[in-house]
Ligand binder design. Structure first.
Ligand code: ADP
Ligand code: ZN
Length: 524
């Protein structure tokens, strides 16, 4: 029998294991269970591929990424590994060929989709052969609370009882304490050893800036930071909607960037071709919805840009984690604005889920907002979200150019008093644009018609420009003192916001870099 090192060297061509890999491999080789929390690019695959080649029998790899199975299996076959997959995209001939090979003991690894493994047919057939281990990839999909729940994962829990002698290893790049607990519990991994790597990605620089002209800001970013040695670098741009994916890609192309759109609404052949070009060519910028990227192993992605706010810190971490898997300097850049927040709060309120589901989505969004609005180290904040400690990193925008802060207590009072009056005295609720117009004493038809020039707060906020007020609104939302409700995103004070309105909570606001500045210091 070969040793793990021999397999690593002779099959995969690597000299050394990385991080926890060696211990994880030895745990599984010896027949124990493992739960592995390792960031994207950390090298999770080898943790089950090496044991699969050492233990007797065939390893079952559960992966939700059907689109990538043929690539993954192809890559293994090139290394001489006897791998195959079973999924719904195959013809029945292909399936039965794979089944025969498995039963004849001719396979080292077989990839299956989670829905496949929940079917009695697949289970019976696998039981007739010899299993070496079960690897459950993207194991966070079992978490209902998480951002990527897949009901089929719940059915994987009883594999422990079905095949008690087969070691199981669950792997994920998502690592909140809560997800970790859910994986352990729902996949019946109570006897597993746990391997939690550091989630820091030191080669990624994090930058988040206020959004004003997103596509233009994106182009500037790509032209300045998306270039390596004078050549366009490979990158991914994430947008929320299919429409903005297409218009953004078109805008970039018009401006000389080699950009391609990718979203689930595009023809399958076109999507496959885009994925193929992204993986094989240099300097392609894919503009995509989050449908793009899970499990894609392209080491030299130099930047990941978000022109819309991700729904959660987990999502943000996973998406930005696709940058710099080769360890070279890379940038995670994002532009975000008030409209993002309002839109997402609206989506949450309109979603079908129950109240608990909506609360969890709101909590996810609020954590994301807090990351955007923090005046201290982004990496520290990000890692703290995953229950990991670190000092200020020196490699994020807030560390590199510490934002100035200013005493926003009075500004917050002015805004909140306006919202409060309109609510108490008129039962009226408005979006940010109108509230800011009132504060700045703008005179327009709507303000006149509504008689809002008579409000006592009309024109008391001329010390800030519209962008400055927008920043105040965002920071109050991020701190949970304000919330929006309803289809039009009208503002309300939260319970916690009431003492803020009374000036009882001193507030330090970050002064947004360059663009959305204040017109002068606020008056006291
Ligand atoms: P993950 O699934 O954790 O995102 P992968 O398993 O895809 O990561 O590995 C990321 C990259 O690192 C791959 O290109 C892989 O070949 C490489 N890699 C993994 N382990 C090692 C190692 N011990 N030595 C060198 N390269 C490695
Ligand atoms: Zn930092």
């Amino acid at each position: 029998m070969s040793t793990p090192h021999e397999v690593l060297r002779t099959v995969f061509g690597y000299e050394q294991f990385r991080g926890d890999q060696e211990q994880i491999v030895s745990q599984v080789v010896s027949g124990g269970d493992a739960v592995v929390l390792m960031p994207t690019g950390g090298g999770k695959s080898l943790c089950y591929q090496v044991p699969a080649l050492i233990r007797d029998g065939c390893a079952v790899v559960v992966s939700p990424l059907i689109a990538l199975m043929s690539d993954q299996v192809g890559a293994l076959r090139q290394l001489g590994v006897r791998a195959a997959y079973l999924n719904s995209t195959q013809s029945s001939e292909e399936r039965s060929a794979t089944e025969r090979a498995y039963l004849a003991g001719e396979l080292d690894l077989i990839y299956v989709a989670p829905e496949g493994l929940s079917r009695p047919y697949t289970r019976d057939f696998l039981s007739r052969g010899k299993l070496s281990l079960i690897a459950i990839d993207e194991a966070h999909c079992v978490s209902q609370w998480g951002h990527d729940f897949r009901p089929d994962y719940l059915a994987l829990g009883d594999l422990a009882e079905l095949w008690p002698d087969v070691p199981r290893i669950a792997l994920t790049a998502t690592a909140t304490r809560r997800t970790h607990e859910e994986i352990t519990e729902r996949l019946h991994l109570q006897n597993a050893r746990h391997f939690v790597s550091s989630f820091d990605r030191p080669n990624i620089t994090y930058r988040i800036e206020p959004k004003n002209q997103p596509t233009k800001q994106l182009l500037d970013f790509i032209r300045t930071e998306g270039v390596v040695d004078g050549e366009q670098a490979t990158g991914i741009v994430y947008a929320l909607s299919r429409k903005s994916v297409e218009s953004t890609a078109a805008y970039l192309v018009k401006n000389g960037i080699n950009a391609l759109p990718y979203h689930a609404g595009l023809d399958k052949r076109l999507r496959d071709e885009t994925l193929h070009r992204f993986l094989r060519e240099d300097g392609i910028v894919v503009v995509a919805t989050i449908a793009f990227g899970m499990g894609i192993d392209k080491p030299d992605v130099r930047f990941v840009a978000h022109i819309d706010l991700p729904k959660s810190v987990e999502g943000y971490y996973q998406e930005t984690g696709r940058a710099g898997r080769d360890g070279l300097p890379s940038v995670a850049w994002m532009a975000y604005g008030l409209a993002d927040v309002v839109q997402q709060q609206r989506l949450i309120q309109m979603s079908d889920g129950d109240a608990a589901h909506r609360r969890s989505q709101s909590a996810h969004l609020n954590a994301m907002l807090a990351l955007c609005e923090t005046a201290s180290c982004r990496r520290q904040q990000l890692l703290r979200y995953f229950d990991q400690d670190s000092g200020p990193c020196g490699n994020c925008d807030t560390c590199l150019t510490p934002p100035k802060t200013w005493d926003g207590t009075v500004a917050a009072q002015k805004l909140m008093a306006t919202i409060w009056r309109l609510d108490r005295e008129y039962r009226q609720h408005y979006g940010a644009g109108h509230l800011i117009d009132i504060l700045r004493g703008v005179s327009n038809k709507r303000i006149e018609q509504l008689g809002h020039t008579n409000l006592s707060t009309y024109g008391i906020g001329t010390e800030l420009d519209a962008a400055g007020w927008s920043s105040v609104v965002r920071q109050l939302l991020a701190s949970g003192y304000l919330e929006t409700r309803g289809e039009y995103g009208q503002y309300f004070l939260t319970e916690a916001g009431v003492p803020v309105m009374h000036g009882k909570v001193p507030l330090e606001f970050r002064e947004d870099a360059k663009k959305a500045g204040r017109s002068s210091r606020p008056t006291r």
